[in-house]
Design a protein around this ligand. Structure first.
Ligand SMILES: [Zn+2]
Length: 356
């Protein structure tokens, strides 16, 4: 109630009709306030040694304590303890590199315990239509890389019920998917007769382990990976010369995260790690990728042109997302090697070169 009242005092009623997840980008001065708030929070949170942090909380059977996977620093700052219906976890920040992750994390061999039966059933209906629109907008943001799939092999990692594979096939890609959920794989193979989806880890599926992919896609998968360095080293091996990797994930620099803290919608039940443009560069550099490009995420309705915001507020929202690197999602295109940069790096994409 108090923040709402403060907002009303500061801004009057002009922004009442702006959806809450867009307000932080359009109210004058709000970015500055949220950035200051974040700096205050990260300076104030005590830096703890891992041994001391471990004393604080009991460990469940499926959990493990972690050091920072991006830079190896074992110190921790506890920032948030988000939770919902029957779940709660703790999000720490690495004081050395700023990486945000859930600690304790989930032991990789127990990951299946997070995904109860029925997980795939909510991935249909309206959710499916929204998802597919989001895939289209992301591919458009990296145009022309995904415009034409002919004679290009594509692997969708964590392909679920095959919503993206369906689009990939329409664009002419020689596509396949892999997923850890037997239910999802069965459903995908029922729905899409000409695009195979395999069950298991990529190295366990001979058709995938052979590699030679021109494109690998990770749609809302990165935040779920308990061993990202191992997985990305594997993706790098699976890519053909000139290959690219596409990532859509929640953005740890999101202005919405800075504004809403533990109530941020990126802290979902099964998310383990939260990347920014900075920490995703570390991940890609350490696993042998040559370059990376980013496409700011303005929100689905703004990009689809269906937002009800007046034109001046749309322009302000776009500008503020770019200025702050604070879009709620992060869209990343990683280039396997120099050949990939040469092939796709021209035009509107700014490629940042990476070093190991
Ligand atoms: Zn770190």
């Amino acid at each position: 109630m108090a923040p709402r009242l403060l907002g009303r005092l500061a801004y009057g009623s002009r922004y009442d009709r702006v959806p809450w997840n867009q307000r932080v980008y359009v109210r004058p001065g709000e970015l500055l306030v949220r950035e200051a708030q974040w700096r205050w929070l990260t300076r104030r949170a005590p830096v703890m040694r891992l041994a001391d942090y471990q004393q604080l909380r009991p460990l469940k059977a499926i959990e493990e304590f972690l050091s920072c996977m991006m830079c190896g620093d074992s110190r921790q700052q506890l920032l948030f303890s988000p939770g919902g219906n029957g779940w709660r976890y703790h999000v720490v920040r690495c004081p050395a590199c700023g990486f945000l992750y859930r600690n304790p994390g989930i032991r990789p061999e127990r990951l299946g315990d997070l995904y109860a039966i029925g997980y795939n059933t909510f991935l249909t209906g309206k959710y499916a239509a929204n998802r597919q629109r989001r895939y289209e907008l992301t591919m458009q943001a990296f145009s022309p890389v995904f415009d034409e799939g002919k004679e290009r092999r594509l692997l969708d990692f964590g392909s679920g019920i095959g919503l993206f594979l369906e689009l990939a096939e329409q664009r002419g890609f020689d596509a396949c998917g892999v997923d850890l959920s037997p239910e999802s794989v069965a459903q995908a193979n029922d729905r899409l007769s000409s695009v195979p989806t395999y069950l298991g880890a990529p190295e366990d599926v001979p058709e995938i382990a052979a590699g030679g992919f021109d494109v690998i896609t990770l749609w809302s998968v990165l935040a779920h990976l308990p061993r990202p360095l191992d997985d990305f080293a594997a993706f790098r091996r699976l890519l053909a010369p000139g290959g690219v990797l596409l990532i859509l994930t929640v953005n740890a620099r999101s202005t919405q995260l800075k504004a809403y803290g533990p109530a941020w919608n990126g802290f979902t039940k099964n998310h383990l790690m939260f990347y920014s443009s900075q920490t995703v560069r570390t991940l890609l550099g350490r696993t042998g990728f040559a370059g990376v490009a980013f496409a700011p995420h303005y929100g689905d309705t703004v990009e689809a042109g269906t937002s009800r915001l007046p034109g001046d507020l749309v322009r302000r929202l776009r500008r503020n997302v770019e200025l702050s690197d604070g879009g709620n999602m992060m869209r990343v295109l990683a280039f396997a090697d120099e050949e990939a940069i040469g092939r796709w790096g021209g035009g509107p994409l700014t490629v940042h070169r990476l070093s190991a």
